[in-house]
Design a protein around this ligand. Structure first.
Ligand code: SAH
Length: 241
């Protein structure tokens, strides 16, 4: 009787301590995200309340290696392996705002990377289709998104230059690696009335972030926004060499 009581007390005590520790960590990360949104994102002019709220919500640290968690909410890109990076939080927020996402949208993302940008978008739209060329990154992102309970993201390992022909047309397309020219296959897979956001330019420097709009008649207009620096969008042939 006494032993049973003792065991139960120990169990309840351990459970309480464990939940306190975890709650403390979660709260800390929440505070870091709140600060990230204020000092890195709102301060640079991102205003869309839905975008800001999602940036406060999505746990960026859970998309990177645990050894980098202390830097998870700092103002820059971070390595995710295979020479690739998770984008700077401000860039993720800015591109998401430029995309003007809506709850009924079908979105295509090229360059899944860690899966973080896809997770941010998935909270704002109906479904995200995302393509990653490095098989291991694609697999890791898929596992992270599954662990976090996302059920409106499809991840495919493949070459983003081809788009996702089985699911086109898309309301929105976002590209998070930089091609040297706008990939025509992607413009073709954009719905009339649709919008695409992508960095374009030479490898490593001199890239611009473009917004491409396709009107109801299919006429395409492009606008430059800000200079950016993204990893290159590579071709499948290059990877084999
Ligand atoms: N959106 C990502 C960041 C992506 S970094 C995130 O939130 O973490 C750019 C990614 O594009 C890299 O993972 C790179 O492997 C991938 N990539 C490069 N060329 C590609 C292509 N042709 N098709 C699909 N993915 C590509």
């Amino acid at each position: 009787m006494v032993l049973r009581y003792f065991r139960r007390t120990v169990w309840i005590f351990s459970f309480t301590i464990a939940s306190l520790i975890f709650a403390q960590n979660d709260k800390d990360y929440e505070k870091l995200r709140e600060a990230m949104v204020k000092t890195q994102i709102e301060s640079r002019g991102v205003k869309d309340e839905d975008v800001l709220s999602v940036m406060r919500d999505v746990p960026r640290h859970l998309f990177i290696d645990e050894s980098l968690w202390p830097k998870a909410y700092s103002d820059g890109p971070l390595p995710i392996g295979h020479g690739q990076t998770i984008s700077q939080p401000y860039i993720v927020a800015f591109m998401t705002e430029l995309l003007r996402p809506d709850t009924h949208h079908m979105v295509l993302e090229i360059g899944t990377g860690s899966g973080y940008q896809a997770a941010v978008l998935a909270k704002l739209v109906h479904h995200v289709y995302t393509i990653e060329i490095v098989p291991e990154l694609g697999r890791n992102a898929k596992a992270a998104l599954k662990r976090l309970g996302y059920d409106n993201i499809s991840v495919r390992v493949g070459d983003g230059y081809k788009g996702w022909p089985e699911e086109e047309p898309f309301d929105r397309i976002i590209v998070t690696a930089a091609p040297e020219k706008v990939p025509e296959a992607l413009v073709d897979q954009l719905k009339p009335g649709g919008r695409m956001v992508l960095p374009v330019g030479p490898r490593w420097w001199g890239q611009d972030l473009l917004v491409i709009e396709k009107d109801e008649r299919g006429k395409v207009v492009r606008k430059n926004t800000i200079p950016v620096r993204f990893v290159p969008m590579v071709r499948q042939e290059e990877r084999k060499n």
